[in-house]
Write a protein that binds this ligand. Structure first.
Ligand code: PLP
Length: 381
């Protein structure tokens, strides 16, 4: 039986209700939301609204019109960064950011001459909040932080970062790609101004779904203009939310699945989900630390991580180990830089990359036992 341990890329399998919701929408509704007055169109519109409602409950967002649907968190982060930052603006960020943040920032550096201050994440772990305060002092237009590294799994101190940003009145853009659906995120309590989320990882929905929450004080330039199904007499983009930022026919089939994924999480509860992930992470760390020649990166304690663990096996190239795991043992893991080159550089792994194992909610302990056995054999070759 194939073993899937790449849930940091996308979660698999999904809860049964997600598959059913996608099929039910495609077969029994199937029409465009917000574009027609017939009953089916209203049903489709209701489905999209209920997806917003489930996300609102998960993230404690009361004004659901401030949840903008996008194709993934990459699009959400692009919308946030390109819509918010102006010429010469100063952005503070960290070393664990994904290319979904880095590349737009580097683009804006060239295009708008923005200034980027990058805080260190020593050993791939937490940033020092005192360092953040030092650079916040002289003024900044935005703080962008990844909630948890998709390389080392290290969790950033959301509440402390949010409180500091509120104190200095600097908007906080949070990338929840690795934490939404696993760790509690309360946008109001945490002082988050913009929350980017992706639907297909911890939220257990299909690929092609995600979004951006905008706090009431946040105004962005849209990334695109076009048909919204509303105020069609206007030659310009409507100002109303979410239409201002949501042009074109949405991925309704994906949103139907996302709704089912988020409802599954709400039913099961974040406490139970986190407990399960902690158990698997502890077990995985224990196994890897037992292997002679295995170097694990990031926090030593599972409590400081999400279920993402990167490592190298002695001098065996990561890509080779991943290939053997797949070909010989039918175990799927990821090798390379995981779209996060900066943290690899800080760990001295820019030429080497790492092997990444990320169990998911439905990973069985026996599957980790099989991984351990396979790694032992690869090391002994
Ligand atoms: C921290 C982080 N940010 C952003 C992304 C991009 O996610 P997506 O491909 O869903 O846009 C990922 C996914 O790999 C990630 O781990």
């Amino acid at each position: 039986m194939a073993i899937y341990l790449d849930n940091a890329a996308t979660s698999y399998p999904k809860p049964e209700a997600v598959y059913q919701a996608v099929e039910d929408y495609q077969r029994n509704i199937g029409v465009s939301p917000g574009r027609g007055a017939y009953q089916r169109a209203i049903q489709a519109e209701q489905l999209v609204f209920n997806t917003r409602r489930a996300l609102g409950q998960l993230f404690n967002i009361s004004d659901l019109s401030r949840i903008i649907f996008t194709a993934n968190v990459t699009e959400a982060l692009n919308l946030a960064l390109k819509g918010l930052l102006g010429p010469e603006d100063h952005v503070i960020t960290t070393s664990i950011e994904h290319n979904a943040v880095w590349r737009p920032l580097m683009h804006l550096k060239k295009e708008r001459n923005i200034r980027v201050t990058r805080l260190a994440n020593p050993e791939g772990c937490q940033l020092d909040v005192a360092e953040l305060e030092e650079v916040l002092g002289p003024g900044a237009e935005l703080v962008v932080v990844n909630h948890a590294s998709n390389v080392t799994g290290a969790i950033m101190p959301l509440q402390e970062i949010g409180s500091l940003c509120q104190e200095y009145e600097v908007p906080l853009l949070f990338d929840s790609a690795q934490t939404a659906g696993v760790l509690p995120i309360d946008v109001e309590k945490a002082g988050i101004s913009l929350l980017g989320f992706t639907g297909h990882k911890g939220l257990l929905g299909p690929t092609g779904t995600g979004g951006l929450y905008l706090a009431p004080e946040i105004e962005l330039k849209p990334l695109k203009e076009g048909g919204t199904g509303s105020k069609s007499y206007l030659e310009t983009q409507p100002e109303d939310l979410p239409d201002r930022y949501e042009s074109g026919t949405p991925n309704t089939m994906g949103l139907a699945g996302l709704k089912a994924g988020v409802e599954y999480i709400l039913d099961r509860g974040l406490d139970e989900i986190r407990a399960r992930e902690l158990q698997l992470t502890e077990m995985l760390l224990e196994k890897l630390n037992r292997l002679e020649g295995c170097e694990v990166y990031g926090p030593g304690s599972a409590r400081e991580r999400v279920a993402v663990v990167s490592f190298n096996l002695a001098s065996i190239p990561a890509a080779e180990a991943a290939y053997v795991l797949d070909e010989v043992y039918d175990i799927m893991v990821r090798a390379g830089l995981h779209c996060a080159p900066v943290i690899h550089r800080e760990l001295g792994l820019e030429n080497r990359g790492s092997l990444r194992v990320s169990p998911g909610l439905f990973t069985e302990k026996e599957e980790l036992d099989q991984l351990e056995k396979a790694l032992e054999e690869i090391l002994a070759r």
